[in-house]
Ligand binder design. Sequence first.
Ligand SMILES: Cc1ncc(COP(=O)(O)O)c(C=O)c1O
Length: 310
Amino acid sequence: MLLSTQQSITQEVHIPELMDRNIRLLVKRDDLIHNEVSGNKWRKLKYNLEQCVSLRKEGVLTFGGAFSNHLLATASACKLAGLKSIGIVRGEELNVNSNDTLSRCAELGMQLLFVTRDEYLLKEEKQYLEELQLKFPGFYLVPEGGSNYLGMIGCQEILSEIEVSPDIIVVAAGTSTTAAGICLSLDEMQRLWVVPVLKSYSATDNIRALLSRTAFESDMIEDYLERVTSLEEYHFGGYAKYDNTLLDLIEESYFKYELPLDPIYTGKAFYGLLNEVKKQDVKNTIILFIHTGGLQGAKEIFQKEKRAIY
Ligand SMILES: Cc1ncc(COP(=O)(O)O)c(C=O)c1O
């Protein structure tokens, strides 16, 4: 095993307004797994890297935007595994010096190929992927965000590391791969609250699409989906959008509760958790918040906003 998940502790967070409701809040700190292959990134890459090795490929080819946590995690994990990596990056105007994420990917040995936005849109098209595979036969292709079957199966392992059984699990969603994996490990009584960070995005629909790639019958998939609620009011205007309310909550959570969050993913999910508890008048329960990482991005945002945190 390349990385251990032992560092991913379960942190108990004492928030008075939750304690008043007799709610125990636990946080699964997957952000602590590794500083670059952090959070759900390792979960989603783990079996993909194993597959790459068992197929005797020389490296991984994957896709990402200019600030992609997934590209950086892939570059770093491949370096650790002694594999090569290629990143197809959205934006032909970019180069390896455009930002810290891209420079670090290059430093880790990732070959970066900058493509137009139109070409990037083809990243899931069968023909485009076949052409890429012909061009790079020694590389194992992983979709953007590690969003494939093996990525989902890696995320299925998260709950097995928790000693108590939570009633509600809360997680942020981009592609919903993490949520789909967690969904597969829920027992009948557990509920999964998924907070999409994109506008007009149904986590339920996306989880359904991911689960339909498994061997499960559609009735079984619908059974799983009954345990899922997609909380779609906490995107703060859309992907990578945020406001001072969100930044204030992140500051409070860091300074008061020693819980570092980011404004793109985990901050929104945490905000959603606190708000839904009030809205649904939740009491006497154990909530598990999944910390999916993303803190490298947070540093840049807080510096830009001139807030002294991280
Ligand atoms: C920090 C962080 N949290 C959550 C997510 C969302 O995960 P998923 O795409 O599996 O829904 C991402 C994106 O991969 C992420 O970078």
